[in-house]
Write a protein that binds this ligand. Structure first.
Ligand code: HEM
Length: 483
């Protein structure tokens, strides 16, 4: 442990010195801006801006000073920060071997070195193809009723009969349950209940300061991963056995794990190893847990405060209910395609509060962008918050206006990027849409709610976290209502 800490300290000292030496090589070609103190640089001020949800102000001030390309020292690395749709396109479409998505070693210690976020080039393409084979729309369409069943059960257990509800932590449990059921085939019961706290510890570990000492969040995350590995391995073995026994057809997707186990390379060998499957199950859970729940939490808050949007959405949802034989009849993909206004509202929310606000890459060779050099080893950072709030792209950017997404006036390419873009565009975006629309339909058909704290604030850590989990008072629409 002491040795690890010493090595870490040594690295933190040597890396900036190395970069300082290299800086001279690029005299005059580096972007404007100050690197500031080694290691710390502007990290604390960016972290403070994130916490206060003022990240676009943080960017705007620096763009006003330096222009759309500047340098800073962030989270231990010299970084070139880029702004604008051209910059987004440059980062999202750059060859993945040149601008890699490498995460700090502390993160891969919890998420695993073979998770999709770590990979680049052909290996990334192979793992991504495997994930997308299940997460693509044509497949997900068949699972709308399954998501609906989880949502209805969730509302019955956690909302019905309650006077107050802490929305955000509960919706996180919902997204965990949907991913467990739909993607991993883990149905309700003790297995799921045992896994939930371990996943929560892992996610906290990933987002914490990476000090591996007893009782730190990071340490708890590392331990949780160790405990989860054998559980996930057992699950993989159970599913492999089931595939062999039932002689399943390749195109019968029962869940993501079964699908990953069934995918074969050209030479008929299994496309993904058990280690790869474990790392990617973990990353899918981490990537899908906080993101969709953030969007849903903001939707619940918006609908409690904006009466005009509330009544338009309710009208759209009532039309869907009116075509059903009874309230409980399962939703279908057809129903979701009719929720056009609801999805526009969700899109506008993701413009103003994108769940993922920063995207980092690392240059594997010297690169040129707009006449500046991005040296090998430096980080590159773009922020969706900044592009989304740019008045030259979105007129009157602080106004909440779902009509921005009308077909006749879609935002220009690479300017609206809540799900990223290019080869790494979020593979879970269709699932996020299904989860969001189903939950909105069931919530609005079953309940009304009001905020208990009108000005409950949230911090970005880096995901938005409401101070009291977004506390609401709920009322069922029908007494003795059974969803
Ligand atoms: C509203 C919900 C969601 C939002 C806003 C969101 C946003 C994003 C963004 C911005 C990226 C790209 C990051 C970058 O390029 O640096 C990404 C990647 C990713 N997302 Fe999502 N996501 C959401 C839901 C989900 C869900 C439900 C899943 C899983 C089922 C998921 C799985 C992933 C994975 C695996 C990646 C990495 C892809 C790769 O590196 O090729 N996301 N997401």
């Amino acid at each position: 442990m002491v040795f690890t800490t010493l090595v870490l300290l040594l690295l933190l000292t040597l890396v900036p010195i190395f970069f300082l030496f290299r800086r001279n090589k690029y005299n005059g070609q580096l972007p404007p801006g100050l690197l500031g103190l080694p290691v710390i640089g502007q990290s604390l001020s960016l972290l403070n801006a994130l916490k206060a949800d003022k990240v676009e102000k943080w960017f705007q001030e620096r763009i006003a000073r330096h222009g759309p390309v500047w340098k800073a020292n962030l989270f231990g690395y010299p970084t070139v920060v880029l702004h604008g749709p051209t910059a987004n396109k440059f980062v999202y479409t750059c060859d993945g071997n040149i601008l890699t998505n490498t995460q700090p070693p502390s993160i891969s210690r919890i998420l695993g070195s073979k998770n999709i976020i770590e990979l680049s080039g052909n290996v990334h393409r192979r793992v991504r193809a495997a994930l997308v084979s299940f997460l693509k729309l044509e497949v997900l369409k068949q699972y709308v009723a399954k998501v609906d069943e989880e949502v209805q059960h969730h509302l019955l257990t956690h909302w019905h009969g309650k006077q107050t509800v802490e929305v955000q932590p509960l919706i996180k449990i919902l997204t965990f349950n949907i991913i467990c059921s739909l993607l991993f085939g883990i149905e309700r019961g003790p297995k799921r209940e045992k896994m939930l706290p371990l996943f929560q510890d892992m996610i906290e570990g990933v987002l914490s300061i990476p000090i591996n000492l007893p009782f730190t969040k990071f340490n708890r995350g590392v331990i949780a991963r160790k405990k989860l590995e054998p559980m996930l391995l057992n699950l993989i073995h159970e599913k492999r056995k089931a595939i062999e026994e039932q002689n399943q057809q390749e195109d019968t997707h029962k869940d993501l794990i079964t699908s990953l186990l069934s995918i074969r390379d050209d030479d008929s060998s299994t496309m993904m190893s058990e280690e790869e499957i474990i790392d990617n199950i973990i990353v899918v859970m981490v990537a899908g847990y906080d993101t969709t729940s953030t969007l849903l939490t903001f939707l619940v808050r918006l609908l409690a405060t904006n009466k005009s949007i509330y009544s338009t959405i309710v009208q759209e949802q009532q039309e869907i209910t009116s075509n059903k034989a009874c309230d409980q009849e399962a939703l279908t993909w057809e129903d979701l395609t009719k929720m056009k206004y609801t999805w526009k509202v969700a899109n506008e929310l993701m413009r103003i509060h994108p769940p993922v606000t920063l995207s980092f890459r690392r240059a594997q060779q010297d690169l040129e962008y707009e006449g500046f050099i991005i040296p090998k080893g430096w980080q590159v950072l773009i922020s969706s918050s900044m592009t989304h709030m740019d008045g030259s792209i979105f007129q009157n950017p602080t106004a909440f206006d779902p009509s921005r997404y009308e077909k006749h006036a879609p935002p220009p390419p690479f300017s609206y990027v809540p799900f990223g873009g290019g080869a790494r565009i979020c593979p879970g975006m269709e699932l996020a849409k299904v989860e969001t629309l189903v939950m909105m339909h069931r919530l609005l058909s079953g309940f009304t709610w009001e905020l208990l704290k009108k000005d409950e604030y949230f911090k970005r850590l880096p995901m938005p976290e409401f101070d009291q989990g977004l506390l609401v008072r709920v009322k069922p629409l029908k007494e003795n209502h059974v969803i």
